[in-house]
Design a protein around this ligand. Structure first.
Ligand code: ATP
Ligand code: MG
Length: 398
């Protein structure tokens, strides 16, 4: 990246839903900027993150390379709250400088080499700039057309040159990468995800991070009756998801013995749902200890017998905290596509010995009665058991 006519390299970020916020917008933006700074710490590059009239600009240190700018853009593309990430050039507020930058950007682009149809789109956030948007469009568009002979196509361009006039500078860029959308992590509070090694729960975690929750992860392993494989999987999944929020923690509960007592204490057909209630009760106890105010699961209505409406009702009844189920209305194919997109699918599909396989009745109850479940829990002394389970928890930090 040469320091030629292009000015200084920077990365320009477009905010998502935050722009709909009224009085609280300031708070959300400050949270978002803090999250962006945290995310960029791993790059070991001194950047300057600034608010600019409804956008955020990341200025790179002098002499930063194209690779470094690309690394910054790629890293922030994982931070919820942003809808577009543009690698841009910051130039002086002068039509001539803008023109030069536009020409050089197009000259360097792959699209120009294959004679792509192009458009210039200008915006003035500062109305004092001497040229109006359409005048700037025509100035830069005309010059590009003269210099490279590219055809203009305003409706359906293959290459768009964007020009954004701000208070102190002008940003010029082509292209961009889509962000995650949603709200800044932390702006909605904290929650605890019940994380199996399966496909659904990592997707559920991701969807709720995108709604502004910072999440902790809780995994129930069948230890001592299963191997530690499911823990490794949960750990790998948490590592994969950490790029969206940072500071992730995985908590593991050795659940095998509790499962064994469930098996010996009630009707076979109720075992799965009784176990799910015990997981939820334990999760609630853990949530109180870590100040999380909701539980999250990967349930989807009707996907398996434990997720019928009656059984979901029986689960809600086990705890006072709200259980958030972002995937409740999703098809398995939709969940899998999302898991592939966020990179968790290949980990989830690795074989493991899930603790649930310890309790696989021939026929599971689809309409569990809450009274029957409470009987089982009385025999188990579930209230005491979930405190013990929460005491036996192990923490894994990344
Ligand atoms: P997943 O793909 O997330 O494992 P699933 O379709 O296999 O989901 P279930 O096994 O019925 O469905 O689990 C439903 C939800 O219960 C999971 O999404 C998860 O939130 C929670 N859960 C199940 N097993 C565990 C476990 N071993 N540890 C923590 N949470 C679990
Ligand atoms: Mg599962």
């Amino acid at each position: 990246m040469t320091m030629s006519a292009l000015g200084e390299p920077c990365v320009l970020l477009k905010l998502g839903e935050i722009v709909l916020k009224g009085k609280n917008r300031e708070l959300f933006e400050r949270r978002l900027i803090a999250n962006i700074r945290d995310a960029l710490q791993s790059l070991d590059l001194k950047v300057d993150v600034r608010r600019r009239h409804g956008v955020i600009a990341i200025f790179l240190p002098e002499g930063a390379s194209a690779e470094q700018a690309a690394a910054v853009a790629e890293r922030v593309a994982d931070v919820p709250g942003l809808v577009w990430i543009h690698r841009a050039w910051r130039v002086a507020k002068d039509p001539d400088a803008v023109l030069k930058a536009g020409l050089e950007l197009v000259g360097e682009s792959e699209e120009a080499k294959r004679g792509a149809r192009f458009a210039v789109r200008s915006r003035r956030r500062d109305k004092r700039f001497p040229l109006r948007s359409n005048e700037l469009d025509r100035l830069v568009g005309g010059a590009i057309n003269d210099e490279y002979g590219l055809p203009v196509d305003l409706k359906n361009p293959e290459l768009t040159v964007s020009i954004e006039v701000d208070r102190d500078e002008v940003f010029v860029f082509t292209g961009g990468i889509p962000g995650q959308g949603g709200l800044p992590v932390g702006s909605s509070g904290r929650a605890l995800v019940l994380m199996s090694g399966g496909i659904d729960s990592p997707v559920a975690a991701y969807r709720m991070m995108r709604r502004g929750l910072h999440v902790d992860f809780l995994h129930f392993s069948g230890i001592p009756f299963t191997t530690s494989e499911s823990i490794y999987k949960a750990y790998a999944l948490v590592r994969k998801l950490d790029r969206f929020q940072g500071k992730s923690r995985l908590w593991v509960v050795p659940f095998g013995k509790a499962q064994q007592s469930i098996r010996t204490s009630g009707q076979d057909r109720l075992a799965v749902i009784a176990q799910r209630r015990l997981m939820l009760k334990t999760a609630e106890e853990v949530a109180h200890r870590i100040h999380a105010s909701a539980l999250i699961t990967g349930d989807a209505l009707g996907q398996v017998s434990s997720q019928t409406l009656a059984n979901i009702t029986a689960q809600d009844n086990a705890v006072d905290l709200p259980i958030l189920r972002p995937l409740v209305g999703w098809d398995k194919t939709e969940i899998m596509a999302e898991a592939r997109r966020i990179g968790t699918l290949e980990i989830s599909e690795l074989p493991d010995e899930d603790c649930c396989s310890l309790l696989a009745p021939k026929r599971a109850e689809t309409r569990a009665k809450i009274e029957d479940l409470k009987q089982i829990e009385k025999r188990l002394d579930a209230e005491e058991l979930c405190v013990q389970l929460a005491d036996s928890i192990q923490e894994y930090t990344l």
